[in-house]
Design a protein around this ligand. Structure first.
Ligand code: NAD
Length: 474
């Protein structure tokens, strides 16, 4: 089995303890990783704290040069990293719609470059005979990043790069279910970054709690579930850490009666099922007008019945397994609950016999709000499709949820769709697409989906504190 170590202060770090990482396509371990604990965290914090003064004082161009060197490292090691992502996460190299581990590594490279093009310039608020008032952005110090298992490398990049770019030093703790691409990336990054600037440690809730309470960590950027985000927020109050929390989602899409089904069908399917529905901003509940309900169901069922599901390491596979057994069990439970309560199975629905955690793209009709499958975040390849009669009801049903990450409206009349967009209680609204995040547009949740935003200049600013400098001229 392949072995992976933590990296602290530029050095490979073991702890005497290890844990296995399971390949969800086979249900057996493929890698062994060094296991961190609270004392490993303390070492990493000391390293990051010591590295901060020099790193934060470097000219921004020098930090950008180093970030760009990371792009080169990802490019030259792309096949290896793609293989690690596919083995730990399950997504195929080039899945349905081109979404797979190739896109994850390529997207990471593009994201680094784009993030380096944003800046946080000094703003001059006043400059007259009385005074000059400037607003400066300063790095926060040691930033901790905690990541989930669904996009292990891309989400790590989303956290680490803006933090480093603005002059912070970083400790990243990946999900124990998918740590290896991150561990390998940090190992590579340490060939170009000064020691202590970027460290990776492993562990689960014990290390997570210690991160949240640590007095020398100044900010946490967390992507993961809402209950974990709330725990972090509680403990982080000890030293008033800055927080960016990208939490759960249960995104609704609304198909208006005039939607051009031929034009949108593939994109609609992709929006619901890419990465097996295991993306925070996947479309997870679809509200369809009664006049085209059957047509939309049939079009999505056709895709669901024909896509190729299997081990993502094999050629031509479009969908891999669910990433872990607990998630698979949740998907089964919510599907069974819906069917037991009168919903209709339109496609998929049965776990695949044999190795791995396979569940086919599953579509469920004759269902409504109030069903667990609609109300809860299923975070897997199961789509409930709900019929509506008038648009006000559809918007009320879409908003009747604790989450508020993304939403979408599908119509051949973009002006009409646009006029409805602001009625959705979500951080993002897409028209005739869903979940297409981009590096220059802020992305974040409202309600129980989180705090703060990532990406673009607003995202960059979250890694800084404001310092106002007033020079009196009297
Ligand atoms: P999770 O909350 O179980 O775990 C996420 C990370 O938190 C892991 O690294 C885990 O080890 C760590 N952790 C566990 N307990 C902790 C604690 N007490 N303190 C600190 N850290 C702790 O989430 P998951 O199952 O890995 O990911 C799935 C969830 O992530 C879904 O709810 C999904 O919607 C959400 N997600 C959100 C976004 C977004 O941008 N909003 C993106 C991807 C995933």
């Amino acid at each position: 089995m392949q072995q992976f170590n933590m990296t602290i202060n530029g050095k490979s770090h073991t702890s005497g303890k290890t844990f296995d990482v399971i390949n969800p396509a086979l249900g057996v371990p493929f890698a062994t990783c060094a296991l961190g604990d609270v004392s490993t965290l303390d070492e990493a914090v000391v390293a990051a704290k010591n590295a901060f003064p020099e790193w934060s004082q470097l000219p921004e161009e020098t930090r950008i040069e180093k970030m760009n060197a990371l792009v080169g490292l990802l490019e030259s090691n792309m096949p290896e990293i793609m293989g690690l992502i596919t083995q730990e996460n399950g997504k195929p190299f080039n899945g349905f719609g081109g979404i797979g581990s190739g896109m994850e590594v390529g997207g990471s490279m593009a994201w680094i470059q784009a993030t380096c093009s944003f800046s946080t310039p000094v703003k001059v608020i006043q400059d007259n005979d009385e005074a000059r008032v400037e607003v400066h952005r300063k790095p926060l110090g040691v930033v901790a990043s905690i990541t989930p298992w669904n996009w292990p490398l891309l989400i790590a990049i989303w956290h680490v790069i803006p933090a480093l770019k603005t002059g912070n030093t970083v400790i990243i703790k990946p999900s124990p279910l998918t740590p290896v691409a991150t561990m390998r990336f940090v190992e590579l990054a340490n060939t170009v970054l000064p020691p202590g600037v970027l460290n990776v440690i492993t562990g689960d809730a014990d290390v997570g709690n210690a991160i949240s309470a640590h007095p020398d960590i100044n900010k946490i950027v967390f992507t993961g579930s809402t209950p974990t985000g709330k725990k972090i927020m509680g403990l982080a109050s000890s030293n008033l850490k800055r927080l960016t929390l990208e939490l759960g989602g249960n995104d609704a899409g609304i198909v208006l009666p005039d939607a051009d089904l031929k034009a949108i069908a593939q994109n609609l399917f992709l929006s619901c099922f890419h990465n097996n529905g295991q993306t925070c901003a996947c479309l997870k509940r679809l509200y369809v007008h009664e006049s085209i309900y059957d047509d939309v169901c049939n079009a999505l069922v056709e895709f669901a019945n024909t896509v190729k599901v299997g081990n993502g390491m094999e050629e031509g596979i479009e969908f891999g397994p669910v990433q872990n057994k607990a998630q698979l069990d949740k998907v089964i439970e919510l599907t069974e609950d819906a069917l037991a309560n009168g919903a209709k199975l339109l496609a998929g629905g049965k776990v695949r016999e044999g190795d791995g955690y396979f569940f086919p793209p599953t579509i469920i009709g004759d269902i409504s709000n109030g069903s667990r499958l609609v109300d809860e975040e299923q975070f897997g390849p199961v789509l409930p499709i709900i019929k509506y009669t008038n648009i006000d009801d559809a918007i009320n049903m879409a908003n009747d949820n604790q989450f508020g990450l993304g939403g979408s409206i599908w119509s051949s009349n973009p002006e009409l769709a646009y006029s409805l967009a602001s009625r959705l209680e979500t951080g993002s609204v897409w028209i005739n697409e869903h979940g297409n995040v981009q590096p220059d547009a802020p992305f974040g949740g409202v309600k129980q989906s989180g705090l703060g935003v990532e990406f673009g200049q607003l995202g960059l600013e979250e890694y800084t504190s404001v310092q106002t400098i007033k020079v009196s001229k009297l």
